[in-house]
Design a protein around this ligand. Structure first.
Ligand code: TYM
Length: 331
């Protein structure tokens, strides 16, 4: 690989990506490919920390892989692979679990939230989820990790694990930095704008899926919850409008001042329609490219097989060194 900084990021294949995944993370991944060595991953092993239907997981994983390509990840420039194809992630995870404290894992808000949501299945994998995420990142000694705000706490833990390992065994891991966009790092639900937009929301109107068709997208934006004023301005207390402005800004490149000027004197109806149209038009090429790619299973297989080979070669070198450092006998 060229002598550039290394980027790693991943996404769970638990359904079609939301507009939150897209704006907060995935859309930023493509443009990074020219300036960094980039490694991106569909994290199917993370997905099974909550119960998945096997056939659906397989389909969602393939869809997610194709969708990342449709969102601009170029397999000639980046390494793009499926997590379970690269065994070093699970192997490194074990070592990192042994360097992660029970107390640290207990403090993770995602663990607490998901435990509440699935009280009948608070499994050990859900608990150690952040160690596996640290393994994903540290296996490649990534410098930067582009994520949305909700992953910041996990990343902080990955940094702590890296630092602890370095202290115990001598400097080895790069301590990764989060790379969080200024605008759009937390896209909110369209129905409860104080909550993040999430795939697992029970209300379909709260979430834009990036493969939703134009009419559906516009309809969901029309129903978006706002406030009782009638002013399109970005201001504290206007969560719904702030969220719509953030989304509009992300897909059009306009700043808040010019959005305020554009909609001065106009009602929320006009604004919501404009946001819906802008989002649908922005996502149109993604939908078209996805439809093309997903037809070509042989090509997808070629891509993810080659991606896994590259990722394994790279991460195996790291793992061999880690095994030596912790005192395992050379094979
Ligand atoms: P996941 O699959 O939940 O989300 C993928 C990416 O989308 C971002 N995101 C959002 N950004 C803005 N607004 C939202 N409403 C929103 N919802 C999701 C997430 O922050 C994330 O960047 N644990 C990770 C996957 C993972 C990973 C990794 C990430 C596994 N290993 C290593 C980075 C590095 C997750 O569940 O993301």
């Amino acid at each position: 690989m060229e002598d550039k900084k290394l980027i790693f990021s991943g996404i769970q294949p638990t359904g079609t990506f939301t507009l939150g995944n897209y704006i907060g993370a995935v859309r930023n991944w493509g443009p990074l490919q020219d300036d960094y060595n980039c490694i991106y991953c569909v994290v199917d092993m993370h997905a099974i920390t909550v119960r998945q239907e096997p056939a659906k997981l397989r389909q969602n994983t393939l869809n997610s892989y194709a969708l990342l390509m449709a969102c601009g990840i170029d397999v000639e420039k980046s390494i793009l692979f499926i997590q379970s194809h690269v065994k070093t992630h699970a192997e490194l995870n074990w070592i990192l679990c042994c360097n992660t404290q029970f107390g640290e894992l207990s403090r993770m808000t995602q663990f607490k939230d998901k435990s509440k949501k699935h009280p009948d299945d608070i499994n050990a994998g859900l608990f150690t989820y952040p160690s596996l995420m640290a393994a994903d990142i540290l296996a490649y000694n990534a410098d930067l990790v582009p994520v949305g705000v909700d992953q910041k706490q996990h990343l902080e833990l990955a940094r702590n694990i890296a630092q602890r390992f370095n202290q115990r065994y001598g400097d080895f891991f790069t301590v990764p930095e989060p790379y969080i966009a200024e605008v759009g790092a937390k896209v909110m639900s369209l129905q409860e704008p104080s909550k993040k937009m999430s795939k697992s929301d029970d209300n379909p109107n709260a979430v834009i899926l990036i493969l939703d068709d134009k009419d559906t997208i516009i309809r969901k934006f029309k129903r978006a919850v706002t406030d009782s004023e009638a002013e399109v301005v970005y201001r504290e207390g206007k969560d719904g409008i702030n969220n719509l402005m953030t989304i509009y800004s992300s897909v059009t490149g306009k700043d808040f001042k010019s959005i305020e000027a554009e909609f001065a004197g106009k009602g929320y109806g006009d604004f919501k329609l404009a946001v819906g149209e802008a989002v649908a038009d922005h996502l149109e090429p993604v939908r078209t490219e996805f439809a093309r790619l997903i037809q070509d299973k042989a090509y997808l297989k070629e891509c993810y097989t080659a991606g896994a080979e590259k990722a394994l070669r790279y991460s195996q070198r790291t793992l061999n060194k880690v095994y030596r450092k912790v005192g395992f006998v050379d094979r």
